[in-house]
Design a protein around this ligand. Structure first.
Ligand code: SAH
Length: 244
């Protein structure tokens, strides 16, 4: 099954963009996924082909019109999840990425200016996704991030790299630090345990580094990881999968 990505945007020339190179690019050429970029402006109905208008209630900028965007969404809707990129959305997680990658594909709506008329998101029950607590100039970069995260999980895309399973976030922890040759560089050596050949010791070291680094760098992740391991006060056991 091909993962079908449809992106609704005012800048279709941005796709596949960086997803046309490396492993994602090869998978695209080989039919492992498809990428369709649809120009939102094609769904404008007035003679100026306008897609936006001034904010109700006043204020700076322009807002994307519900009627024009709904026509664009409806033209491609086929049961795939429809997501809108917005800083007001739920932060994207590896768990959600995994679910999306296991499905038929996604329709991604890219905002510009001040974003979308809220009625569009309500009326079409569109899932709102944020890629982080900062403001981009448009949703296209966010869509590329979302698609990249999904595509690398598609069967066959990562090739021999069994990577994926102990990557940061997959376990609810950051990944342990990595090293490669040369053994000594600028007076720094690779941790001795990694040269021991003792797989049990190496695994234990990696687990302990993953825990220490998560605790120090991402106390928010650590708290959720720990929370997932203990009974919650209500007695319901929270699943690790819910928190990554
Ligand atoms: N005025 C809006 C921001 C608009 S930024 C607000 O304060 O919420 C313009 C567009 O860029 C948005 O509609 C959205 O599609 C995209 N965008 C900006 N930041 C984003 C983020 N952190 N995650 C996902 N999309 C984002």
């Amino acid at each position: 099954m091909t993962f079908a990505a449809t992106v609704l945007t005012l800048y279709p020339e941005m796709f596949p963009g960086p997803l046309g190179v490396s492993l994602a690019g090869r998978a695209l050429r080989e039919g492992g996924w498809s990428c369709e970029a649809v120009q939102i402006r094609n769904f404008a109905t007035d003679r100026h082909r306008s897609v936006d208008d001034t904010p109700a209630g006043g204020g700076a900028g322009m807002v994307l019109r519900a009627d024009v965007l709904a026509a664009a969404v409806d033209s491609v809707a086929d049961g795939r999840p429809v997501l809108a990129m917005t800083p007001r959305g739920a932060p994207l997680t590896q768990a959600r990425v995994r679910q999306l990658a296991a499905g038929p594909g996604v329709v991604v709506l890219c905002g510009r200016f001040e974003g979308f008329d809220e009625r569009l998101l309500e009326a079409r029950n569109i899932e709102q996704v944020s890629i982080g607590d900062y403001i981009l100039s448009g949703g296209e970069m966010g869509a590329l991030v979302l698609l990249d995260a999904c595509i690398r999980l598609l069967p066959g895309v990562m090739g021999a790299a069994s990577s994926g399973d102990d990557e940061s976030f997959e376990t609810g922890l950051l990944e342990y630090p990595q090293y490669t040759r040369p053994y000594e560089w600028e007076g720094r050596t690779i941790p001795e345990v990694l040269r021991s050949g003792d797989h049990a010791r190496i695994a234990a070291w990696r687990q302990s580094m993953a825990e220490t680094d998560t605790r120090l760098r991402r106390p928010d992740l650590w708290e959720r990881h720990e929370g997932a391991r203990v009974q919650s006060p209500s007695g319901a056991r929270r699943m690790k999968d819910d928190v990554t």
